[in-house]
Design a protein around this ligand. Sequence first.
Ligand code: ADP
Ligand code: MG
Ligand code: MG
Ligand code: MG
Ligand code: MG
Length: 449
Amino acid sequence: MNGVVTSNSIMLEEIKQKMETENVQFLLASFSDINGSSRAKLVPSKRLSTVLESGAGFAGFAVGDLGHGPTDPDILCIPDLRSMTILPWQKDLAWFAGTLTEDGTPWSYCTRTILLNVMEKAKKLGYEMKTGVEPEFSLLKEDEQGNYSPADPFDVANKPCYNQVALMRNYDFLSTLIHYMEELKWDVSQADHEDANGQFEVNFQFADVLTSADRLMFFKYMVKSMAEDRNLVATFMPKPFSHLTGNGCHMHLSLWNGSQNLFENTADPKGNDLSEVGYHFIGGILKHAKALTAIVCPTVNSYKRLTAMSTSSGATWAPNLISYGGNNRTQLIRCPGAGRIEFRAMDNHANPYLASAAILAAGLDGMKNKVDPDLLITENSELESVLGNEIGKLPSTLQEAITELEQNEVLIESLGQDFMNTYIKRKKEEWAEYLEKISSWEIEKYLKE
Ligand code: ADP
Ligand code: MG
Ligand code: MG
Ligand code: MG
Ligand code: MG
């Protein structure tokens, strides 16, 4: 099954040994639900072999959003030993990312399995994707009325990005987080105060796409746990405050064959240090950008970040046009350095497995069809003048994005028809639920009209 069972049997003795020497008493068999939220069972370490064989059981219906009714059999989470992560703040406990099976076969609703499937397809063509992610988060406090504001009361500047004093007021939190990440050998490069009050980012080294997706799941868990320990709330919500810059999760990516970065070409006449393969991959992302948005920006709130006008800092930094090129932070795809591209639409509500799978599938399609991104953009801008200003824009609501996804055969086929049907259905329900609600904006604007 996608290499998980094989690598588990190879690694079992080594992991057992490690658990014993490190005195690990429990394991967390964890998986991501459709929404990118971690679900887990706590299992005593002595049950490791059993849980690898029989899995930890979950009632799919209780997890929600998973295409299961209450009468369906359990889904079983099999920990992937490659993902073992001893909690730096709770060393008797090891976290494992798991894949889900049903009746002994990989479950089509398991997003980690969906990624493994697309990775396998890429591997057969000689490609391995590597990604580096930049999950931004806000550190908040909740007052007695249930309102949230930046935890640091002095963090009120209009342009707080890289503010040294504001950064250092949060030294305890950030340095502890960096120590933990270093202990996990994630190779941290830097941390900074970002563009919104209370907003931070910690950068760590890129890795193969599966490892990065697992790390992103663990990172969110770690940051939220640390915040709770300090009576704070860490949010990864794309747009928690309308006047402040939102939380994104840019993804840097490259494609490899062994030790060769297939995206790299320092003799690129266009000056992006990219190969033809790299341009075709970009072409695929641009071609599928609208439908892709429904997966990388998957909630109602995601579009409050994507479509934001200017914030109090003077910019939003989120893309809204289907564009690429240069070391330019307003593009959908930025080319920040040799042999890699940065996809800037994604946010932290995206399920990292699903988002990575969809981006890879779009890129592979671009390569297969040798999609020229420049031609695509020229055609789009010509069409724009005929059709109005729509073709080259990212969807501005979840509803628009879902309509695009519904019509995108490449993504539906790559991620699995059954799963996608359920995904689209759930997202339509989410949109309908949102439409029914009366917002505080409506009350303010219309109540006394
Ligand atoms: P930004 O300039 O967008 O703020 P950061 O420096 O915060 O970028 O993050 C850059 C990310 O890109 C890091 O995670 C880094 O490891 C990753 N990265 C660097 N080279 C590659 C590559 N070849 N493939 C994928 N990711 C890469
Ligand atoms: Mg029970
Ligand atoms: Mg960054
Ligand atoms: Mg950032
Ligand atoms: Mg970035």
